[in-house]
Design a protein around this ligand. Structure first.
Ligand code: HEC
Length: 196
């Protein structure tokens, strides 16, 4: 009886070892580029496992900031400055960087993200997600800014075109874009020193 159990255990271990080996060889042959999106099963598994790792007490935390206009506005400004380069102003993830990250930033307007609790969203923003492009934000300890970001994430499905345009002005710009903007402005003001 015991001997049979031993054989079974050995066979099981050998099978797991073989699977790991085959998986490893396949992964190495495929390379570790980030152009292709993760297969659906990988994204599904990784997401479930990650969500299981969020502690219950973090999941149940409630947002201490009610969605007043001021706090929502602050969340929006912060998002435009720090999150939009990957997630896009409207939360779709359709950005130059987002399109080739592995895993991709999800469309945060959708159910998959919106069904997370406020506590889970806060936890993700505050702690980041290891082995993905998602960094951890805010100071350690009490982090009011991340709670205001949660308010804004909840607002994403209702974002208006005007709000999006307002955000575009707040998106970080490189020196080239700033110079172009200055040139355009002085051209519009009729300053003939600048060439059209
Ligand atoms: C450098 C790119 C990058 C930046 C900047 C970034 N994120 Fe992310 N974020 C990601 C990626 C990639 C994922 C997907 C990770 C995954 O699939 O597990 C993600 C995931 C998330 C998620 C989880 C969504 C879900 O449904 O699982 C939330 C919430 C989030 N980000 C919020 C933010 C906020 C708020 C900011 C700004 C403070 C921000 N992110 C900045 C890349 C970024």
């Amino acid at each position: 009886m015991l001997r049979r159990l031993g054989y079974l255990l050995l066979a099981g271990l050998a099978l797991v070892g073989a699977l790991v080996l085959v998986g490893g060889v396949l992964a190495i042959r495929q390379g570790f580029g980030s152009r292709q999106a993760p297969p659906a099963w990988e994204a599904f598994l990784a997401k479930r496992i990650y969500r299981l790792s969020i502690p219950e007490e973090a999941r149940l935390q409630q947002n201490p900031f009610p969605p007043t206009r001021d706090w929502l506005q602050q969340g929006m400004e912060h998002y435009a400055d720090h999150c939009a380069q990957c997630h896009a102003n409207n939360g779709s993830g359709e950005t130059e960087m987002g399109k080739t990250l592995y895993p991709r930033p999800p469309d945060m307007r959708k159910q998959e993200t919106q069904s997370l609790t406020d506590g889970e969203l806060y936890y993700i923003i505050h702690n980041g997600i290891r082995m993905t492009g998602m960094p951890a934000w805010g100071e350690e300890g009490h982090d009011a800014e991340s709670w205001k970001l949660v308010l804004f994430l909840r607002h994403l499905p209702k974002l208006t075109r005007e709000e999006e345009r307002e955000m575009e002005k707040l998106n970080p710009k490189g020196p080239k874009e700033r110079a172009e903007e200055r040139e355009e402005e002085s051209f519009l003001e009729g300053d003939d020193k600048s060439s059209p």
